[in-house]
Write a protein that binds this ligand. Structure first.
Ligand SMILES: CC(C)(COP(=O)(O)OP(=O)(O)OC[C@H]1O[C@@H](n2cnc3c(N)ncnc32)[C@H](O)[C@@H]1OP(=O)(O)O)[C@@H](O)C(=O)NCCC(=O)NCCS
Length: 160
């Protein structure tokens, strides 16, 4: 198992895994990943089992404190020197779930954000996942302004 950053060559893999893990309304699409891989390939953490992508997280860095819906579709908002590492999506393909793989990629993203001198990480999640992210040190800040895919999202922040 290795965790590595992305290149444009990973486009197919990340698009496919995202489509397996999220609903049609929630999933980032190929055009979103093209944009993201152009602007912030170093803010993808990809976990491979051999040549199979099994889990990944991605997200831009920004000085904005809160995760806004426009960030999902406009990767040019990425600021490489931004204080906050946003986490847009956490994915593990079904066969590999509940073995700690998403935990491994989340921990690597946290470690790298810390080493890069960020203030911390921010994500939004459903209420059912709040306990999960709390295990890594994320704190629930309440309901997010996001109406992404018409879901009620909670914003969580891990501050270093
Ligand atoms: C959410 C998701 C990314 C989790 O991926 P994962 O690789 O299964 O995550 P982990 O293995 O780190 O943890 C999942 C659960 O398995 C548990 N677990 C981890 N290792 C385990 C092990 N060896 N044995 C048993 N359980 C284990 C974790 O404690 C966690 O339990 P919890 O839900 O009660 O907190 C995955 O289910 C997914 O892609 N879902 C669809 C997309 C999605 O909803 N993403 C999150 C949006 S907020």
């Amino acid at each position: 198992m290795i965790i590595r950053k992305a290149t444009m060559e990973d486009l197919r893999d990340v698009t496919d895994v995202e489509a397996v893990c999220f609903s049609e309304a929630e999933a980032a699409k190929e055009k979103d990943f093209i944009d993201r891989l152009k602007h912030f390939p170093n803010h993808f953490w990809l976990l491979y089992d051999g040549d199979k992508l099994i889990s990944f997280v991605n997200g831009m860095t920004t000085n904005e404190r809160d995760l806004a819906d426009e960030m999902y579709s406009n990767a040019s908002l990425h600021d490489e020197n931004g204080d906050w590492q946003m986490i847009f999506g956490v994915n593990t393909i079904p066969k590999y779930r509940r073995k700690g793989y998403a935990g491994m990629v989340i921990k690597q993203a946290i470690e790298d954000a810390k080493a890069d001198g960020r203030k911390g990480l921010v994500l939004t999640c459903r209420d059912t996942k709040i306990h999960y992210y709390a295990k890594f040190g994320f704190e629930n800040e309440g309901v997010s302004k996001s109406d992404h895919a018409g879901v009620l999202w909670y914003q969580m922040r891990l501050t270093f």
